[in-house]
Design a protein around this ligand. Structure first.
Ligand code: 6PG
Length: 246
């Protein structure tokens, strides 16, 4: 029997699914998201989902888009965006639009305008949009959120050593990225923690140590992906065998 302490520990570290390969990772991820969307629409009339950029979510989103769901009831948000125009090859928005295709157009897709000169204003506008979508007096609890983990231990665009993970007074922030990468807009810890489902997708041996460090707990600014351990909803780590180290 699982006692209250071990149940709490289990919640903290989340569930782990290790997919046999990239195809299974996409299928399992699509299934989990489909269920979250379906449940949200049935119980709240609408599903609000935030998607990360990067390379891992694409195949899963394409698979998701092939399923029959009430797509016109879905509002899509971005977890983070790079300071590039929306048609740029490094634009997360562009990748999301391409992967979702028709399904994205059936619902509403809210773009982070990270290319704007005044990025702090763009962040505030996105935060205000989130509040409007949820209802100004209501908690901003995303029905599902897809996160990735970088090999440096970042998640969303909360990078190590930048204190971005400590931002608590905004839902969306304009932040800097290291190593000559473009600055970003990103969801912050308060909204990440409240998602009803955090689906963390990680592939590749290069991420194994980051996944281990993220799940071990410790200094948040050193490994911002540790914020996932503070999520209050369901957390599923969906890994390939290389990232899981199995
Ligand atoms: C971005 C991201 C970022 C991403 C991780 C993992 O804009 O780069 O949203 O947080 O999720 O870096 O990226 P991969 O999926 O490419 O490994």
């Amino acid at each position: 029997m699982v006692g209250p302490v071990s149940a709490a520990l289990e919640r903290q570290s989340g569930e782990t699914l290790v997919a046999a390969d990239a195809a299974e990772l996409a299928t399992l991820g699509a299934e989990l998201l489909a269920r979250a969307i379906d449940d949200a629409v049935r119980t709240r009339g609408r599903a609000r989902v935030a998607l990360s950029g990067g390379t891992t979510p694409g195949p899963m989103l394409k698979e998701l888009a092939g399923l029959a769901l009430p797509w016109d009831r879905v509002e899509w948000f971005q977890v983070d965006e790079r300071a590039v125009p929306p048609d740029h090859e490094r634009s997360n928005f562009r990748g999301i639009v391409q992967a979702l295709g028709e399904v994205g157009r059936a619902g509403t897709l809210f773009r982070m305008e990270a290319e704007r000169g005044d990025r702090a204003a763009a962040a505030a506008a996105y935060g205000a949009q989130l509040r409007r979508s949820f209802g100004v007096a209501r908690a901003v609890e995303l029905d599902a959120m897809v996160l990735g983990v970088g090999d440096d231990g970042h998640t969303a665009s909360l990078f190590p050593g930048t204190e971005a993970v400590a931002i608590e007074d905004r839902l969306v922030a304009a932040v800097d990225a290291p190593d000559g990468l473009e600055p970003r807009l990103t969801l912050t810890a308060p909204i990440i923690r409240e998602a009803r489902l955090a689906l963390v997708l990680v592939r590749g041996a290069g991420k194994r140590e980051a996944v281990r460090a993220a799940r071990a707990g410790g200094d948040l600014d050193a490994v911002p992906a540790r914020v996932i351990g503070a999520c209050t909803g369901r957390v599923v780590w969906l890994l390939d065998p290389e990232a899981a180290g199995t």
